[in-house]
Each structure stands twice: as C-alpha cells, then as structure tokens.
Design a protein around this ligand. Structure first.
Ligand code: FAD
Ligand code: SF4
Length: 571
C-alpha cells in the first residue's frame, strides 16, 4: 500500500466496516447508519437491487423454459444445491452453484449459499421465532457447550426493535417457551390445521400447534411504508424476490434504508480476505479486500468492524486473519475458533391423509406456510434419553389429482381438469444439535480459491443424540397423528448431510471466558475489542427455533453497545 497517497487512504477510511450484506450485515448497516456512522458495506457477490434485479418475479408459469423445474443437466452439475428444496428454476439465479466456490468436505456437508447483496435473506423461508430462557439456559442446565453470557431479558428489547422494523406476522400465543413478539396479524391456520391444533390443545399438556410466525407484512405499519414496502399480496412466489417488499429481505429493507441515510457506501464484488490487526495499536484497523473481478488487493480502514459473512465464511475470515499476535486467527489464543460448530437436525418428515373437510377446496395460500409446533420435549424437565428437543413444521394441503388416461383431446381434458384429492398433512422436524469440539471447520492446508484464499474444510456430523431425537420425533408425531384420526401415516427419515437445514451456527461462540469462547456478551471479540461477529458464528448453542431473527437482534444490540462505547472513547 506504500505507493498510495494520503487522500486515497482517506477515501478508504470509514467509521465502520460491515463484511457481508445479507440478513445480519444488512441489519448492522442499518443500525450503524441510523447512528450516523460512515459505514462501508463489503459484499463479495454482485449487487441485487430491490425489484430491478428480480428477473423472474412477474413471470407466468408458461414463460419459464422448463416450467419451473431445474433441467436435468443443471441438476447433475449441482448435486449439492439440487438437494435444497428451494433450488427451482424461478430462483436458480440466487444460489451459488456447486462448481463456483468449492470447499473441502472432510465429512459430507451441503453448503447452501447466496453470494450477492442481500445474501440468503432473498432466499429464506421467513420463519421467525424468539428464543426463551429455556434455550439460553440449555447449555448450563444440561452441561454441554459453555453457558451463554446473556439471557432472554438481555435480548428481548432487541427482538422487539428488529421485529417492529422487519414486520413479523404472528399471534400472541402466550407460550413461555416461545415468547410473543411485536406482531402484525397472523395468517390463520386452515381448517385442517386448526382441527389438529384444537385436538392437540385438548389432549396434550404443554403441546401447541400455532400459526407460523413469519417476516411478512400482513398489515404494514408506517415504518414499513417508509421503507417503500407494501402489504403482502399472498402470491407465494417469495423465492423470486418480492416486488411489493411483502417479505423482509436486506434488499427490500435494511440495505436501501442504510443507503438512503447518506452514510453508507456499498461495495459489491469485494471478497474480504482478512481483518487487518495492528499490533502496536492492539486492535483491528481495517479489512483487506480482493476485488473479485480485477483481483486487486485493497485495504479499507475503520474504527470498528462487523463480521457478517454468514457463519461458515465468518469463521473462514477470522481463521485467515493471521498476524504475529494471532498466528492462528484473530482472537484465537484459545485454539477453539472453528470448533463447536453446529446446525439443525432436519432429518425426518411425516405425512398423513385426512378424511373429511372436503367442503374446503383450498389450503389458503398462506405465505407463512401453515402451523408451527414449538419444542415440547425436555422443556420443563428432562424426560427423554436425549438432550434438548425439536420443533415441528405443520401444514395441511390438497392437490388436484390428474388422470393420465386417454389420448388426444381426452388426455388433454383429463390432464387439465383433475379432481381434488383428499387432504394431506405434512410435518418436518427441526432439531437442536449439541455443539461438540469434534465438529469443526478449518482452513484447508493446501487448497485455495481463485483469489488465493484458503478453502474452508468442513468436518461436521450427526451424533447419537441426533438419531435418538429423530426417532422420538417420528414416534411422537405418529402417535399424535394416529390419535387425531389421520390415516396412511408415512414417516420418513433420511440421511441428508448436515447443511441442508441452512442454519449453520458456532465456531466463534459467545461466552464469559476467553479461554473457552471467542466472543463476549456483546458479540465482541474478547481479544480484539473493535471487531464484532453477529451472524450464526456467534451462537453458543442452537436451540431449535429458526435463527435469523436472533442474529438480527444480537446485531442491533451489539451496534447499540459499540456506539455507546465509541461515544465514551472506549473503542
Ligand atoms: C431456502 C432457505 C430457507 C431458509 N429459511 C429460513 C427461515 O425460515 N428462517 C430463518 O431464520 N432462516 C432461514 N434460512 C437461513 C437464513 O437465510 C440465514 O440464517 C440468514 O440469511 C443468515 O444471515 P447472515 O447475515 O449470516 O448470512 P447471509 O444472509 O447469507 O449473508 C452473508 C453475506 O456475506 C457475503 N460474504 C460471504 N463471505 C464474504 C467475504 N469473504 N467477503 C465479503 N462478503 C462475503 C455473502 O455473499 C452474503 O451476501 C433459510 C435459508 C435458505 C437458503
Ligand atoms: S407472498 Fe407476499 S411476500 Fe411473497 S411474493 Fe407474494 S406478496 Fe410477496
């Protein structure tokens, strides 16, 4: 950098740098710029502008060359992302293809990524639940991982803060293990789901089937209109990017909000290689970027850095941020960086047929997806031979059954018409996994990507606890479906690799002790106080709720903290 003049360095100096522009990075940028901080947002992928860059959003089914299905040659070329239910022709362009950004799988791991402005916030299923103290106290109570340095009361106001801005539809269900939030009206359950909900309420203690809580504007407030977003139209084409901004994404909400403030600069095509640590100053001074097109290396400087590259890439950036002071990665004196990596166990489903309800001909076009069964195992007491528990998705639907008999116009008639078949219910498990030292990610010793950055080597797997939990999910749901009178119950377990849950967590966990954790209670690197990690990498344990709302709440909380520390001159 010696040949660069002072002005250039000045141009490359900011109050704050945010690495990654997805779910958590977008929230960091929004919060930092709300405080007036001059913020640089670095994103390795291309820009995706709200509406303008949703090429499929208004296409009719017949306008897709393959009618929405990914063609066989693309499927075969992308075995990893092809296993993700959301990899479809209308959203294909938001997925990182298998060959584009290789990684090393010491154990099989399906890594689903969205490298673009907005990250995976464009692609997500928008399910949003708060954690409770049953979750934050889990590790301490059950003796795994380390104790969370925070409790529900520490994050509750920040859940509210984020929910009000993002817009979360839900009911106030009054369930202690799934705290209520600042809700817009919920999408109601359809009749079959409601029947099951009523049945469970009447026949089971502490089990609930509730309307799914989701990041959709069922009834926008002024703050949502101010973002340029409008009421969700129930098109259920969200995976394409929503032209109404009906669901929350960084693209429709936080990133344009930050840019509108005049305090943010967005730099796409910027692969962050590492965080620069200054030994004399004893803190980070900026970030090293490789321009993804020109491969030019450029340093940017700032007082604080927020690392939000998504859990696995944030581990990679920290591990690759080596200096004389931190030869094993930034803040990693303990050697635990990359370890205790965890995920969610989505390895079981169950379906059944439901008799009756034939007067109802539609499942309700519910963008929330239907119902949600909060964790009911091991909540108030340890009651099984495995630790922790699982939540369950629940939805009821009805298809047209198309006849394939006949030829010519008769066949055409049969295919077009079809009669409605019986109602079905379906559920999938969402289990908590236990963070363990043997589940880790590390820099590969030999292989590098095309920008010269070491590839991530992932070594993560299920354990006996996960398999016992999977069996319990099948047993409990089979019993509940049977007693509710459902027929032809079809449980299924699969051997999907970790990763398809797309809820990667840990590696740089929060904790009280720098010897056993990388981050403190403010998501601040214990040993490098001006670097904050507020995506999934920070998670001490995984609970079984969908995690993104928690990442965003932790992010807003960390920004509030660092701004007050900056004002006091402590950072
Ligand atoms: C199909 C699908 C369904 C999902 N459903 C849900 C759900 O219902 N509920 C839920 O809570 N979560 C869900 N998720 C997960 C959710 O999308 C993630 O938890 C969330 O996006 C994570 O936020 P993040 O900021 O950590 O990462 P991302 O949103 O992925 O953003 C990370 C950004 O960092 C960028 N980046 C990475 N490395 C670098 C680098 N070195 N330099 C610069 N930039 C970098 C990436 O390009 C990306 O834009 C789903 C995900 C998918 C794909
Ligand atoms: S369901 Fe709502 S959020 Fe999804 S595409 Fe339709 S209008 Fe947009």
């Amino acid at each position: 950098m010696a040949n660069l003049n002072i002005d250039s360095v000045k141009d490359r100096t900011f109050d704050a740098i945010v690495i990654g522009s997805g779910m958590s990075g977008g929230m960091a940028a929004k919060e930092l710029t709300d405080h007036g901080l001059k913020t640089l947002i670095l994103e390795r992928g291309r820009d995706v502008k709200h509406i303008k860059d949703y090429p499929t959003t208004n296409m009719y089914p017949w306008e897709f060359p393959h009618r929405g299905v990914i063609p066989m040659d693309v499927q075969e070329a992308n075995p990893i992302i092809n296993r993700c239910y959301a990899f479809r022709e209308d959203a294909e362009h938001f997925f990182v293809k298998d060959h584009e950004h290789p990684y090393v799988q010491t154990k099989p791991f399906d890594w689903i990524r969205g490298y673009q402005v907005g990250g995976k916030s464009l692609m997500w299923a928008r399910q949003t639940q708060r954690w409770s103290d049953f979750d934050f106290e889990g590790p301490q109570r059950d003796g795994y991982a380390v104790d969370w340095p925070i409790r529900y009361k520490d994050i509750a106001p920040w859940y509210s803060h984020v929910e009000k801005f993002a817009g979360i539809a839900g009911n106030r269900d009054g369930i202690p293990e799934l705290p209520d939030g600042e809700f817009l009206p919920a999408w109601p359950l359809n009749d079959v789901e409601q029947y099951f909900s009523d049945y469970v309420k009447k026949n089971y203690k502490n089990r609930h089937v509730i309307a799914a809580r989701c990041a959709h504007l069922s009834k926008p407030n002024q703050i949502h209109l101010d973002q340029g977003r409008a009421q969700c139209q129930e098109r259920i084409l969200c995976q394409r990017g929503c032209p109404f901004g009906g669901y929350f994404s960084a693209n429709s909400s936080t990133i344009p909000w930050a840019l509108k403030s005049g305090h943010a600069t967005l730099r796409p095509f910027s692969v962050v290689e590492s965080i620069i640590y200054d030994e004399n100053k004893g803190k980070a001074v900026g970030v090293r970027v490789i321009d993804s097109h020109t491969k030019e290396t450029i340093d940017y400087y700032s007082r604080i850095v927020f690392l939000n590259a998504a859990a696995l890439n944030s581990n990679l950036v920290l591990l690759n941020s080596k200096s004389n002071r931190f030869p094993n990665g930034l803040g990693n004196d303990s050697g635990i960086l990359g370890k205790y990596f965890a995920f969610h166990n989505y390895s079981a489903h169950i379906g059944a047929e439901v008799e009756g309800f034939t007067e109802w001909t539609t499942d309700g076009r519910n963008p929330a997806g239907g119902g949600y069964i909060p964790r009911f195992r091991n909540v108030y007491k340890q009651e099984t031979d495995f630790l922790r528990g699982y939540a369950c998705g629940l939805s009821a639907y009805r298809f047209k059954q198309h006849k394939t008999e006949g030829a010519g116009s008769e066949l055409k008639e049969n295919l077009v018409k079809g009669d409605l078949g019986p109602w079905h219910v379906g559920s999938h498990m969402m289990g908590e996994t236990i963070p363990k030292e043997i589940n880790f990610v590390a820099l590969d010793a030999d292989k590098k990507d095309e920008w010269g950055v070491p590839l991530l080597n992932i070594s993560v797997d299920y354990d006996d606890n996960d398999m016992k939990m999977q069996k319990d999910y099948i047993d409990q749901m089979t019993e509940m479906f049977t007693s509710a009178g459902f027929k032809n119950i079809t449980p299924s377990t699969n051997h999907q690799a970790p990763g398809l849950d797309i809820h990667e967590m840990g590696g740089a966990r929060m904790g009280k002790d720098p010897k056993t954790s990388i981050l403190n209670e403010w998501n601040q690197v214990h040993l490098c106080k001006n670097v904050f990690v507020t995506d999934g990498a920070c998670m001490t344990s995984t609970s079984c709720q969908n995690p993104s709302l928690t990442y965003m709440a932790l992010t807003a909380r960390a920004v509030d903290y660092v701004v007050s520390e900056m004002n006091k001159g402590n950072v």
